[in-house]
Ligand binder design. Structure first.
Ligand SMILES: Cc1ncc(COP(=O)(O)O)c(C=O)c1O
Length: 478
């Protein structure tokens, strides 16, 4: 028994022959095999990027390697072959024609930070598991709240995606309204608000009609009179409302609700204002683009997703709150198995997630790589591409949906919903054959083709080609 235990503890598990990759990095000497492995993996990734233009954004369906682990584990060559197969079947956001979704090419510094993040394997659960990274996250949130113009009491926490940031915001808002135990509590948002809010109210155990939607105007912005009217009606019905959610960048068209007016209404009614700025929030980071989210500083909480236009690798989302103390009030339970936090609070005490990776590393490193000028250039470039494409589209024959951001959607005028669906299927396919990928959302009962212009590789020639094909498609369906 003791001999077997001694043999087991004698070293890291030696699963493969001595010349192959050790399963864990050696803690006492430099490991050239590990270095060679990481270099080869990096080389394959670089080759994947280098061939992006030849392949198109959407690969043909590819074969997958075996999923189950083999008995003895794979050699380095076998591992690399498996990895290559999966990479061959991956969506390629770096293709200049990748214009369908809010998933831009990844920043190179962010890629490196993701690798380091995995290597460090720290845990934002508690400070002693991530000393420098917990501090970095706090400081990064502070930088964001300053840029957004939030008060000095403000702070934030990183979350694995905007849906989670929105859910946390709703939990905090409900707690501040002291409505945790009232399943009749209501949230108001526009009809174009993101469906993560519907999920949030569902998991919060609220009534089926807890998310009440308000119509939007011709520009896709929440109708203020309808919002005020709905608030009044809720009062009359005795239904408590714990939050109004304004959207700064709707998923359908990039519309931004009138934030300042909504903030004034919420202040008058003493209702929490959450701004879902998952798409539009980053535009506040550059002075030249900040006007598109004017009034955002008056929010009680904000969701912002740097994983979208800025190209921070997924996932990267922040929940910012005007009063940092509200996060702990909602989420702190005490962590009796940890040393007390030496900073403000353990990461898991100010958010819903427990164990989580240090996603802040790729956000911080990516922003440091871009610099102020790089951030500005990315944001302005996205807006300029949208304006350019908009000018090329035949507005007399398309219904065009857009807003102040980098999204635009269109569908032919004068055809019915079934024809619009047929048009969208056929045209998307034709565009894909030209390596231009757009999305095909169903919006207000009709199919549109939507273009998201956050890809910095997209040139005006690509947009000319796209506009020509879209305008030509009208000939068949008019
Ligand atoms: C406006 C808006 N809010 C929230 C989300 C949810 O973000 P995530 O997909 O990171 O959960 C999205 C996603 O696109 C969005 O567009």
């Amino acid at each position: 028994m003791e001999t077997a235990l001694r043999a087991l503890l004698a070293g890291t598990p030696q699963i493969r022959p001595a010349d192959s990759l050790a399963p864990f990095a050696k803690p006492d000497c430099f490991d050239p095999q590990l270095q060679a492995f990481l270099e080869e993996v990096s080389a394959r990734l670089c080759a994947w990027f280098a061939t992006a233009s030849n392949r198109g954004p959407l690969p043909a369906l590819s074969a997958l390697p075996d999923v189950a682990p083999s008995t003895h584990g794979l050699s380095v060559d076998e591992l690399l072959d498996d990895l290559q197969l999966v990479m061959e079947g991956a969506y390629q956001p770096s293709h200049p024609g990748a214009l369908a979704h809010l998933d831009p090419p990844p920043l190179t510094a962010s890629i490196a930070a993701d690798l380091i993040c995995a290597g460090l394997n720290n845990n934002l659960l508690a400070e002693e598991l991530s000393p420098s990274l917990s501090l970095l996250e706090r400081q990064m949130c502070r930088w964001f709240v300053e840029r957004f113009g939030l008060p000095s009491t403000a702070g934030g926490v990183a979350a694995s995606g905007g849906s989670l940031s929105n859910l946390m915001a709703m939990v905090v808002a409900r707690q501040q309204a002291d409505l945790q135990h009232d399943p009749r509590a209501v949230v108001l948002a526009s009809v174009d608000a993101h469906m993560s809010l519907a999920k949030a109210v569902r998991v919060m155990g609220l009534a089926a009609d807890a998310l009440q939607v308000v119509p939007v105007d011709r520009d896709g912005c929440i109708e203020i009179d309808a919002l005020a009217h709905r608030l009044k009606a809720l009062k009359a019905e005795g239904r408590p409302c714990f939050a109004v959610v304004a959207t700064a960048g709707t998923t359908a068209r990039g519309a931004v609700d009138p934030l300042r007016t909504i903030a004034e209404l919420c202040a008058r009614e003493r209702i929490w204002l959450h701004v879902d700025a998952a798409i539009g929030g980053v535009f506040a980071l550059a002075a030249t683009t900040a006007s598109v989210v004017e009034g955002i500083a008056q929010a009680d909480s904000i969701t912002v997703n740097p994983q979208k236009v800025l190209g921070i690798t997924k996932t990267s989302s922040l929940l910012l709150v005007a009063n940092q103390g509200h996060l702990a009030a909602a989420f702190s339970t005490g962590l009796p198995y940890m040393e007390p936090a030496w900073g403000e609070a353990h990461g898991s005490e100010i958010g819903l997630q427990g164990t989580r990776p240090a996603e802040v590393l790729k956000l911080w490193f990516g922003l440091r790589q871009l610099g102020e000028l790089g951030i500005k250039r990315l944001l302005e470039g996205a807006l300029q591409r949208r304006c350019y494409l908009q000018r090329q589209l035949d507005a007399s024959r398309f219904t065009i949906l857009t807003g102040p951001l980098h999204l635009i959607a269109c569908t032919p005028r004068n055809i019915d919903a079934a024809q619009a669906e047929a048009w969208s299927v056929a045209t998307r396919q034709r565009l894909l054959e030209q390596q231009l990928m757009v999305s095909r959302p169903l919006h207000q009962g009709r199919h549109f083709l939507k273009v998201v212009l956050g890809n910095p590789h997209t040139q005006l020639t690509h947009l000319d080609q796209l506009a020509t094909l879209l305008n030509q498609s009208l000939l068949e369906f008019s």
